[in-house]
Design a protein around this ligand. Structure first.
Ligand code: ADP
Ligand code: MG
Length: 353
């Protein structure tokens, strides 16, 4: 089911925590709402769920106008959504199967039908063998999967056309979170639902989503594929939020970009709409920088850290005093602090200044 927001705002006191939000999320897609803490992700999700009313604008689920910040308001139970919230709140005194079956009980489904549907939900998350355990007997990751199973079971007749997940992996430790990413991605894709997953973790967003919506201070910063957000950010904010990005003053010309005396072919640089020739800020990521070149940008090594997989070198561009980060293979002895190197971006992004 499509989700559409038009001019949506949410006001608390005298602050708009969400403002001017236009979004169109297509049916069956897995969408990540990504942004720093406090940017309005949860508020946006809660408006979709009907747990918060819009202050301005309109919200459609499929063809149904569910909130117009006025007379029209369809409550959560009328929206047919599945939800998993940050604190996934399993009932501590109910077994795993009874937790998953609980929404079915509320809809008057009982007996073996209820048990069968709950077991089918648990099979989806590969936890059927733990159906009779109590929540405290499960790991954090397993509890999380039970919450997901409960959301996908829906009303037992229809699986929910929209699944809303708020920081679904946030309560897990780093290793488990990485493992669960793959599972969540598979589950989201096979659910057939439009899935909206809130996260502040860009890698999680890239890994699970077809479309990424980046929010900044309650406003839409960019919507695109994970590759768009990482390789072709519209703004330095999106660039830096997508992963380490460093900015160097440069000049954009018809067929090249100049950093001091160094020339970079313009075809290696993403130049978005609205970026004109002249002074720019050039955004580069550590893995886009090549060393051991003859006519690159001169940098001096400030600091080096051995990270196992690689060395991380912090360097200063001598002509501008800007700092960059470089990756250096762990099998090659790295340059000493104070040593000069030449670096050349194989890829960069031009931003207006
Ligand atoms: P995120 O999920 O991106 O971290 P939230 O949507 O939870 O952000 O919050 C966005 C902003 O709205 C924050 O500044 C938060 O303090 C504020 N906020 C959220 N809920 C309320 C509320 N019920 N009353 C007042 N302010 C709120
Ligand atoms: Mg939140």
């Amino acid at each position: 089911m499509d989700i559409r927001l038009e001019g949506v705002a949410k006001r608390y006191g005298d602050t708009d925590v969400v403002a001017d939000l236009d979004l169109s999320l297509s049916s069956g897609r897995v969408v990540a709402l990504l942004g720093p803490s406090g940017c309005g992700k949860t508020t946006t999700l809660r408006m979709m769920a009907g747990l918060e009313r819009l202050s301005r604008g309109r919200l459609w689920l499929g063809d149904t106008l569910v909130d117009d910040a006025g007379a029209t308001f369809v409550p959560p139970e009328g929206r047919g959504l599945g939800m998993v919230f940050q604190s996934y709140a399993l009932w501590p005194h109910k077994s795993v199967a009874d937790n998953v079956a609980y929404p079915l009980s509320l809809r008057g489904i009982g007996g073996t039908q209820r048990r069968d549907l709950a077991m089918a939900g648990l099979e989806r998350v590969r936890l059927a063998h733990l159906a009779d355990r109590m929540p405290h007997q499960l790991s954090g990751g397993q509890q999380q999967r039970v919450a997901v199973a409960r959301a996908v079971v829906g009303d037992g007749v229809h699986s929910p056309p929209i699944l809303l997940l708020d920081e679904p992996l946030a309560n897990l430790d780093a290793k488990l979170r990485e493992e669960m990413r793959g599972e969540l991605s598979t589950l989201a894709r096979t659910s057939g639902a439009t899935v909206v997953a809130v996260t502040h973790d860009q890698q999680e967003a890239f890994a699970i989503a077809d479309d990424v919506v980046v929010l900044n201070q309650g406003r839409l910063a960019q919507q695109g594929s994970p590759e768009d957000i990482y390789l072709r950010p519209d703004t330095p904010f999106v660039g830096a939020f997508g992963g380490p990005m460093y900015f160097v003053p440069a000049t954009l010309d018809v067929d090249e970009v100049r950093v001091g005396e160094t020339r970079i072919p313009r075809r290696d640089v993403h130049v978005g709409g609205g970026v004109g020739n002249g002074p720019i800020s050039l955004g580069v990521r550590p893995e886009w920088l090549r060393t051991g070149v003859a006519d690159g940008v001169d940098v001096v090594v400030l600091q080096r850290l051995f990270l196992g997989r690689e060395h991380e070198l912090r360097v200063t561009v001598t002509s501008t005093t800007t700092t960059l980060l470089l990756r250096w293979p762990s099998l090659t002895p790295p340059p000493a602090i104070g040593e000069h190197l030449q670096v050349l971006p194989t890829r960069a992004v031009a931003f207006s200044v």
